[in-house]
Write a protein that binds this ligand. Sequence first.
Ligand SMILES: NC(=O)c1ccc[n+]([C@@H]2O[C@H](COP(=O)([O-])OP(=O)(O)OC[C@H]3O[C@@H](n4cnc5c(N)ncnc54)[C@H](O)[C@@H]3O)[C@@H](O)[C@H]2O)c1
Length: 268
Amino acid sequence: MPVDGHPGPTGRRVRIGVVGGGLMGRELVAVAGRWDALVGHPCRPEVVAVADPAPGARDWFSRIPTVSTLTRDWRELVDDDGIDLLYLAVPHDLHEEIYLAAAAAGRDFLGEKPFGIDLGAAGRIAAALEGSPSFVRVSSEMPFFPGAQRAIALAASGALGEIVEVRSGFAHSSDLDRAKPVNWKRQAARCGAIGVMGDLGMHVAHVPLRLGWRPRTVYALLDDIVRERPGPGGAPVPCDTWDNALLACRVPPPTPPRDQGIQRDQGK
Ligand SMILES: NC(=O)c1ccc[n+]([C@@H]2O[C@H](COP(=O)([O-])OP(=O)(O)OC[C@H]3O[C@@H](n4cnc5c(N)ncnc54)[C@H](O)[C@@H]3O)[C@@H](O)[C@H]2O)c1
């Protein structure tokens, strides 16, 4: 029990297998490590296994005492009954294959956005999950942040009156460094033809979509600003993704309540 007298997580241990030990795989370990700060939480997550073909990525996890399995083959984790939950955090070109395999094996999993490299892949993943008994969620998304939840509650409450324009943006500056080496997020074949919109765009769109604002028309200004970056050997290699996107979306106005609509017509 922590010194302040509050019980930490009290419930059962949830053994997590991480597929993809990169930025987000390591982030999950950090999140699980902070779980003890939660008061009386009904479960205790523990990362017990990691699959990644890159030895350097796997090595990072060898310092984590709860991790007992390090493998290059994600299928070992999908087949491992000693794992309660999978966290799938891999490049977008692998989402479909690995998410479908996890679903077919009946595994519970947290996947990462965008749930497929393109619309076709996303549709096939969604179809495979339709009616599935598996617990599946997209993890670490904007609407779960307290600030986003406050914004959603405020907009939905009506306290803002008639909303005529919404600006939703995401400033992500590390790509302004043109010396930053290339990675899969800058290559359409691995990230997807939608580029930055598949990498970061859903964070921007997620709160408006959660509020039910479905665009009827979309106008897009897309920029491929950085056309090449240093490759593994330092020589420039092509970057063929959209780096910046500005979307102007028109959303049908909400149907006014009947009385309100009549009043407006009479006032003309
Ligand atoms: N929700 C968020 O806030 C957020 C933030 C960043 C990334 N993401 C998403 O998380 C996912 C991973 O992104 P990242 O930033 O961690 O990328 P990353 O490049 O840092 O890590 C990806 C890891 O996957 C590994 N990998 C490649 N092929 C593999 C295979 N066959 N089996 C297992 N592992 C394999 C790579 O070696 C790498 O270590 C993407 O879907 C990305 O869009 C989400």
